[in-house]
Ligand binder design. Structure first.
Ligand code: G3H
Ligand code: ZN
Length: 277
């Protein structure tokens, strides 16, 4: 299937009261697992590459982005490609070259006025290239290893931010935190509904790996649409590889254990997609 524009998948999910899973691809096999999981669930999904993943790949976006795009085109599932958590504007501008349907400009650590100005520029550039643009207001913590689930996005400020920037989707801080290894986050559901009503655009939940299934269902019902999941795939991958290699000193072909990890990630993707539907 051709790559589907992210904005189309988000709009469809929102119109049907569903969430759309956006899964982080670090390596080629993550993207294959996302396609496999979406195919198994019979639903659409977003493959996303973060600025941190690009840094890992020797600061080259092209190799992983082109692989993800080709994997999406070779899948029977409707898949979109998103560039996530971008702070480097030069990287943001590369999105237009590799089939991305959307970008997230992340100015969440900036002062409010600076975040507005930088996001407005990113939106202007993104829209001139036909891209759906996401940004963040109220920092969702955890990327530095320190969970900060206490930070909250203010609904009034969010409404002003959206009208000042023209952004298409807004990531908000409502109790989740990046890189959690257990699923124990408790979300502020009334706040989600309040922000959703105030901004009138789809909301994005970051750090969804740490959010229990029932909390995710309630978050979607309250107005969350794009649900970002990364760490849960890596927990599954690493656990499967560890389990397979334990006591297998003679195994040296990486295909043997990576295949186990890829299957485990595909199961996680299918599970999250089922929950969001
Ligand atoms: O932008 C990516 C997500 O927020 C992933 O967060 O790794 O905690 O699931 P997570
Ligand atoms: Zn995130």
């Amino acid at each position: 299937m051709p790559l589907i524009p992210t904005g189309e998948l988000v709009a469809q999910a929102r119109a049907n009261g569903r969430g759309i899973g956006a899964f982080n691809a670090i390596c080629l096999e993550h993207a294959e697992a996302i396609a496999m999981g979406a195919e198994a669930a019979g639903q659409s999904a977003i493959i996303q590459i973060s600025e941190n993943a690009v840094k890992f790949h020797r600061r080259q976006l092209g190799p992983l982005a082109m692989a993800c795009a080709q994997i999406a085109r070779g899948s029977s599932a409707a898949l979109a490609l998103h560039l996530d958590h971008v702070e480097d504007i030069a990287l943001l501008h590369q999105a237009a070259d590799f089939g991305f349907g959307s970008v997230m400009y992340d100015g969440s650590t900036l002062a409010y006025a600076d975040n507005v100005a930088a996001t407005r520029d990113a939106v202007e550039w993104g829209h001139s290239h036909g891209l759906w643009v996401e940004s963040e207001l109220g920092e969702v913590g955890g990327k530095d290893g320190a969970h900060a689930p206490g930070i909250r996005t203010d609904p009034t400020e969010a409404a002003s931010f959206v009208s000042a920037t023209g952004v298409d989707g807004l990531a908000v801080a409502v109790g989740s935190s990046h890189a959690m290894l257990d699923r124990s986050a408790a979300l502020d559901h009334p706040l989600i509904a309040e922000i959703a009503a105030a901004v009138g655009i789809p909301l994005v939940l970051h750090g969804s790996s740490g959010v229990p299934d029932e909390e995710l269902r309630q978050a979607v019902a309250a107005g969350m649409v794009k649900i970002n999941v990364g760490t849960a795939l890596n927990i599954a991958f690493t656990g499967a590889v560890r389990g397979y290699l334990d006591g297998q000193e003679k195994v040296v072909d990486p295909r043997k254990y990576i295949a186990q990890g890829r299957e485990a990630m595909a199961d996680v993707v299918a599970h999250f997609i089922d929950v969001l539907n």
